[in-house]
Design a protein around this ligand. Structure first.
Ligand SMILES: [Zn+2]
Length: 354
């Protein structure tokens, strides 16, 4: 038994010295320490030898087993260190002091205009609200005084989802009803006027050309209190536009039909690209429709829980729907609306906040 163990010791040492990876080491460990390994075989042989020799032989086997385990652990940690070092040596080295060449990202021009407008309206006491892009028929149309089958729906051909009654919102006005419910209690109990803007992405089934897109951005705004009139609307619109363009802009107000306002107007801005002479962006008219607006229709205030049936004029308010995409075109003199959605970084990354 003693000779047998000595011979196995030599064999183990010999084979161990040739091991240089974890897989071969594991194979060697199994050959000696597994249930069918050399040490287990020695233990089986122990049963066959005379009783008086068993104690000594048993001790020898145990010491051999410990020696194998210990050497195995040592080798394993040696291999792991070696592999770690290989990994370190193989990584790319670089000089931290070299100047970088990193192209920084930039905000989309529509985001820039949106943020600027949010800041202007916040400074005038407006809350900025967010609203879902998927809405139901009631909020997008019926709550805005556009009943089912009303011809006014033809102006806003949008995308209907396969889920019944769900659609992609065709205008940010779809949030009006929800916002009236959100702030109506504060208005009626605490006398806090409702002043909110809600920017968002809108969708319409449009034929795409230089001034029409199927996906565009608007910013809706409403103000509701007692004695709100058209003059309040004009004041806020003028203040906002002079802030955005940082110069005098020529605007005109003309009657416009929108079912959710009465009276309704179109606020047009003189084309800043051609100076009113006429170009492809303004369809050669010299004017761009920027902002449908008007006094909120009594039905819309009633559906929003603001006024009762008995007193439909207790509170009044104005609403406007700014075309954020149009505004960005004017502000940055972008001639083709498609530029905003094409994802061409060389075009989009040249705008900076101002
Ligand atoms: Zn023009």
């Amino acid at each position: 038994m003693k000779d047998r163990i000595e011979e196995l010791k030599k064999r183990f040492a010999n084979e161990l010295s040739g091991v240089s990876d974890q897989k071969t080491l594991e194979d060697l460990r199994l050959a000696f320490l597994s249930k069918k390994g050399q040490v287990s075989q020695l233990m089986q042989e122990l049963a066959k030898i005379p009783n008086e020799q068993k104690k000594e032989a048993g001790a020898l086997i145990n010491s051999f087993k410990q020696e194998v385990s210990q050497k195995f652990d040592e080798k394993l940690s040696e291999i792991r260190k070696m592999e770690e070092q290989c990994l370190i040596d193989s990584t790319e080295s670089y000089d931290e002091s070299l100047p970088e060449n990193i192209r920084r990202g930039s905000y989309h021009p529509i985001s820039l205009v949106q943020r600027e407008l949010e800041g202007i309206f916040e400074s005038m006491g407006f809350d900025v609200e967010d609203y879902s892009e998927i809405v139901d028929d009631y909020h997008c149309f019926e709550a805005l005084n556009i009943p089912k089958f009303h011809p006014a729906r033809d102006m806003q051909d949008t995308y209907y989802l396969t889920t019944p009654n769900q659609l992609l919102k065709s205008h940010t006005s779809a949030a009006q009803n929800a916002i009236m419910y959100k702030y109506g209690k504060l208005l009626k109990e605490n006398g806090r006027p409702i002043r909110a803007v809600f920017p968002g992405r809108c969708f319409r089934n449009e034929a795409i050309d230089a001034c029409h897109e199927n996906t565009f951005f608007q910013m809706e705004g409403i103000m509701i209190d007692k004695n709100i009139s058209i003059s309040n609307l004009i004041y806020f619109m003028k203040t906002m536009l002079s802030e955005v363009f940082k110069r005098d802009v020529t605007v005109r107000l003309r009657p416009g039909f929108f079912p959710f306002v009465e009276p309704g107007f179109e606020l047009d801005i003189q084309c800043l690209i051609c100076g009113g002479k006429g170009c492809s962006s303004c369809k050669n008219s010299g004017w761009l429709e920027l902002c449908p607006c008007g006094m909120i229709h009594p039905n819309v205030l009633k559906y929003g829980g603001i006024n009762s049936e008995e007193d439909p004029y207790e509170y009044t308010g104005f609403a406007f729907g700014l075309g954020l995409t149009r505004l960005a075109m004017m502000k940055y003199q972008v001639k083709d609306i498609r530029t905003f959605n094409e994802g061409d970084l060389s075009a989009l990354s040249q705008f900076i906040s101002c």
